[in-house]
Design a protein around this ligand. Structure first.
Ligand SMILES: [Zn+2]
Length: 404
């Protein structure tokens, strides 16, 4: 048992901070919170936070630890001996690399993440290795392989299906691999030649087969959906989580509201203003496609936010231009879009936990919750940039980083 003292707490929900508090941690849980703590708790180790700011550990509802689509020619050259070409990495190389990404992400204050699609079930192995303590990383929930009508642009990322029976079979295969969620790919990759925003890759019958199988076990279904029609088809087919949501029209947004579905906005995937590094590494056609898709996405996320659609923080880290460990930069993009600091912080804590069916034990700082904590220098409600420089991270009661 130990206590964090002199803490100013954002509890994951309230705009009003709990001031000068002590948080008593017993094992992996929060045992007690003592607000306006004038007397230090006795008979236990004390960690003085010196008035720093505490948030529930952040939750990223969509990333890819098996991917690293960050253009860095030098890095690729250095890694050439390991088959360093993005499209053709050896599985074992991808696995080793993911260990580093998991650690970086945890150290950035993300104590829980959901992988939106692994490669050749390496995510299953990584999850189990983290749980057993072989690898340091956040609490890691996975989707296994994406279920899709097209072979995806990353080798080993998806299982290609045709017809509801094959969908059921593939969902069952994911369940056999003990994945936590099911991921559908409803829109072809941005770069695919012949891709249309208005084309749903899976039919309504196929979507329903997936949600029926998954929901019978209480599993959530998330879908990569770019275009109003794919989003609407997903919602009609009872998909729980809409990822990207590019190009949603008013009807799609209304359906999101009616269904109470969460949007996973991934504003950095793609960013309408890509970094120079990305521009240098991609062809002009791809850069234009990424920019146009990004613009469309920001527009529809903004409309959805203003209409009151529920938003769960998601980065798509590992996807195009999104570096692992820089997940919190997405919060600044959300701010740029016009979201308030409190809504952004809730989306990365309490709302994310609700969206992922994990609200029972994380996402808020409260007695009985997992001791998952990020500590910052400044008040993130007043100065949001502080989320990009987390000074201390506690996951399940264990300190994994402390820089003060
Ligand atoms: Zn993704």
């Amino acid at each position: 048992m130990y206590a964090l003292i002199n803490a100013n707490i954002f509890d994951g929900i309230h705009e009003e901070l709990i001031r000068n508090a002590a948080i008593i941690i017993d094992g992996n849980r929060i045992k007690e919170i003592l607000p306006e703590c004038s007397r230090n708790p006795e008979d236990m180790e004390l960690i003085d936070l010196g008035g720093r700011y505490v948030s529930p550990g952040f939750i990223d509802c969509h990333l890819h630890f098996m991917l690293d689509e960050v253009p860095d020619k030098e890095r690729l050259l250095n890694y050439q001996s390991a088959g360093g070409v993005l499209f053709d990495n050896a599985d074992s190389y991808v696995a080793f690399r993911s260990v580093e990404f998991a650690k970086k992400t945890l150290e950035a204050g993300f104590t829980t993440v959901i992988d939106g699609g692994g490669i050749n079930y390496i995510d299953v192995a990584l999850r189990d290795a983290i749980r057993l303590g072989y690898v340091e990383g956040p609490d890691y929930f996975i989707c296994g392989k994406q279920i899709t009508a097209w072979p995806s642009h990353f080798r080993g990322l998806s299982e290609v299906v045709s017809g509801p029976d094959e969908v059921r079979k593939m969902v069952r295969k994911q369940i056999y691999y003990s994945t936590d969620q099911i991921k559908l790919e409803m829109s072809a990759p941005i770069r695919s030649v012949g891709r249309r925003l208005e084309k749903s890759e899976l039919t309504l019958d196929e979507i329903r087969a997936a949600t029926d199988e998954a929901h019978s076990l209480g599993m959530l279904v998330q879908a990569h959906a770019r275009g109003a029609k794919p989003v609407k088809d997903c919602l009609q087919g009872d998909v729980d989580l809409i990822c990207h949501g590019t190009g949603m029209d008013d009807e799609a947004i209304q359906m999101m509201l009616d269904k109470g579905a969460y949007l996973l906005p991934t504003l950095g995937s793609p960013d309408p203003e890509p970094s120079q590094k990305l521009v240098d590494a991609k062809s002009a056609r791809v850069v234009e496609l990424l920019k146009a898709t990004g613009r469309l996405q920001w527009e529809s996320v903004k409309k959805a936010y203003q209409a009151g659609v529920k938003i769960a923080f998601s980065t798509d880290s590992g996807g195009v231009g999104n570096e692992h460990g820089k997940n919190a930069v997405e919060m600044l993009r959300m701010q740029k879009l016009g979201m308030s600091a409190i809504d952004i912080l809730r989306s990365a804590t309490s709302e994310a936990a609700k969206a992922m069916n994990l609200a029972g034990d994380r996402g808020v700082i409260e007695t009985g919750m997992l001791a998952d904590i990020a500590v910052m220098e400044e008040n993130p409600l007043k100065k949001l940039e502080t989320v990009c420089d987390v000074k201390m991270v506690i996951r399940n009661g264990n300190t994994v980083k402390k820089q003060f």
